[in-house]
Unconditional design. Structure first.
Length: 173
């Protein structure tokens, strides 16, 4: 048999760019789960376990599952916060170009306007117009200035977007 190649070195975790408000939300959720929700579930699990036969105890089974979900979310949040790079859009010097945290008004080739805010992957909210800097639209817009037109791959083909305005005021702190 041939020799196996040496294992690849561990990859650096990729940076998790996030706005100040997004970082605060993740931290608040982590604190809430750790300080309030998890202890409540542990107490409920303890009470359910005291009721006897655990194999047929629906409350016990439910609380065990709930505790596993909370623990998984705590691990996820801790990892995301560990690699977070907080970017405050208000500290951006070049405001004449689209930057992380800015709010961008664009117009498509049909004249329809849309407003997007460029945020981190943990802050995406399509209904609010918050798009990731890693999305095709976010990547295409970053670094551009008003009047520039970009071509973006969309689910239904390609679209041209022209940057109408860049706003820092729409970025919450």
């Amino acid at each position: 048999m041939g020799r196996r190649p040496p294992p690849a070195p561990p990859r650096e975790p990729e940076k998790n760019y996030i706005t100040t408000a997004g970082h605060r939300r993740l931290t608040e959720e982590l604190d809430f789960l750790r300080a309030k929700k998890r202890p409540e579930v542990v107490n409920a699990l303890s009470d359910a376990a005291a009721e006897g036969d655990r194999s047929e105890n629906a409350e016990y089974i439910y609380r065990k599952r709930q505790l596993r979900q909370i623990d998984a979310r705590l691990r996820f949040l801790a990892k995301r916060i560990d690699v977070a790079v907080v970017v405050d859009p208000r500290e951006q010097r070049r405001r004449d170009r689209v930057f992380f945290g800015s709010t961008v008004t664009v117009e498509d080739d049909r004249g329809k306007k849309a407003v997007y805010r460029i945020v981190g992957v943990d802050e995406i909210d399509g209904a609010a117009g918050d798009i990731s800097w890693r999305s095709p639209t976010g990547r295409a817009l970053l670094g551009k200035q008003p009047g520039d037109t970009v071509t973006v791959k969309w689910h239904a083909g390609e679209r041209e977007l022209t940057i109408v305005d860049i706003d820092i005021q729409g970025a919450p702190s």
